[in-house]
Write a protein that binds this ligand. Structure first.
Ligand SMILES: Nc1ncnc2c1ncn2[C@@H]1O[C@H](COP(=O)(O)OP(=O)(O)OP(=O)(O)O)[C@@H](O)[C@H]1O
Length: 247
C-alpha cells in the first residue's frame, strides 16, 4: 500500500457534545452531559454490547437527532454543511454494483470533481488501499477485507475532517484487520480526526490516542489511552479490561 501525501487534510474536526440525551420507549438510551473529542490521533469508543457506542456515533454524524442537547464541530452546530465534512464507515459496507474504481468515481463526481482530477484521485486512493489491481473488478466480488478497505477509501475520497468508523474490522481476520488499521492510522497521521467504535481492546491499544468507555448509555471514562490501559480510573474500566464488566 502506498501512502497518500501528507497535508492533504488539515487538523480540524473537534467534536463537542453538551447535554445530549436520547430516549426511546420511556427509557434513556444516551445521557452524555459533556464530551469533547479532539486533538491528534484516533479516539476509540469501547464498551459492552448495548452500551450506546453506535448510537453515540450516529448522533455525532447526524443520523439520529437527539431528544436534547447540542453537538458542535469546531464550534459550529451540526448541520448539513458540517455533515458534508464528515464520513462514516459501517461494520458491513454497502458497495455499489459497479467496479471498484466506479465506487470511488461516484462519490468524487458527486463532489463535483472533473474527470482528470477524479482519475488521479482514484489512482492514488487505490494505491493507498492496495487495490490498484482490482480497479476494474466488480466491487461485489471483493473479499470482506477488500470490501471494507474500499469502503474506507470511499470515505477518505472526500477528504472528510472527521471519519467515523463503527466496528470496521469485527468481521475480519487479523491480516485484513491490520490492513484496515494501517489505512486508518495513516489517515489520522495526515490530520483526519478519527472516531472509531470497537469491541476489541487489542485494537484500542494499537490505535487509540484517547479512549471513551461507555456503559448503559453513559460515558464512564474518557482518558488518554496510555493512562486508560495503565491505570484505569474507574471500577467499570478495570472490570471491562479484565472482561468482568456486566451491563
Ligand atoms: N432506534 C432505536 N430505537 C430504540 N432503541 C434503540 C435504537 N437504536 C439503538 N437502540 C438501543 O440503544 C441501546 C444502545 O445500542 P447501540 O447499538 O448504540 O449499542 P452498542 O454499544 O453499539 O452495542 P453493540 O456493541 O452491541 O453494537 C441498545 O439497547 C439498543 O437496543
Amino acid at each position: 500500500m502506498r501512502e497518500l501525501p501528507v497535508a492533504e487534510t488539515i487538523r480540524h474536526g473537534v467534536l463537542e457534545i453538551e447535554g445530549l440525551r436520547v430516549r426511546a420507549d420511556g427509557g434513556t438510551l444516551l445521557d452524555v452531559p459533556r464530551l469533547v473529542l479532539g486533538g491528534p490521533g484516533p479516539t476509540v469508543i469501547l464498551g459492552p454490547n448495548g452500551a450506546g457506542k453506535s448510537l453515540l456515533l450516529r448522533c455525532l454524524h447526524g443520523l439520529i437527532r437527539p431528544d436534547r442537547g447540542a453537538i458542535r464541530q469546531d464550534g459550529v452546530p451540526l448541520d448539513a454543511a458540517i455533515r458534508q465534512r464528515q464520513a462514516m464507515v459501517f461494520q458491513r459496507p454497502v458497495l455499489l454494483r459497479r467496479t471498484v474504481a466506479a465506487n470511488l468515481d461516484y462519490v468524487l463526481r458527486r463532489r463535483g470533481l472533473g474527470r482528470g482530477d477524479r482519475r488521479a484521485r482514484i489512482g492514488a486512493l487505490l494505491a493507498e488501499g492496495g487495490l490498484a489491481r482490482k480497479a476494474r473488478q466488480s466491487a461485489r466480488s471483493l473479499s470482506g477485507g477488500e470490501a471494507q478497505r474500499l469502503a474506507i477509501l470511499r470515505a477518505l475520497a472526500i477528504e472528510p475532517e472527521v471519519l467515523f468508523l463503527d466496528e470496521p474490522t469485527s468481521a475480519l481476520d487479523p491480516a485484513a484487520t491490520q490492513a484496515i488499521e494501517t489505512l486508518v492510522k495513516r489517515a489520522s497521521r495526515r490530520g483526519m480526526r478519527v472516531v472509531m467504535v470497537s469491541h476489541d481492546i487489542g485494537q484500542a491499544r494499537r490505535m487509540a490516542r484517547d479512549v471513551v468507555l461507555m456503559r448503559a448509555g453513559r460515558v464512564v471514562e474518557h482518558a488518554p489511552a496510555a493512562a486508560f490501559f495503565a491505570a484505569p480510573a474507574t471500577l467499570a474500566a478495570r472490570q471491562f479490561l479484565t472482561g468482568t464488566l456486566v451491563i
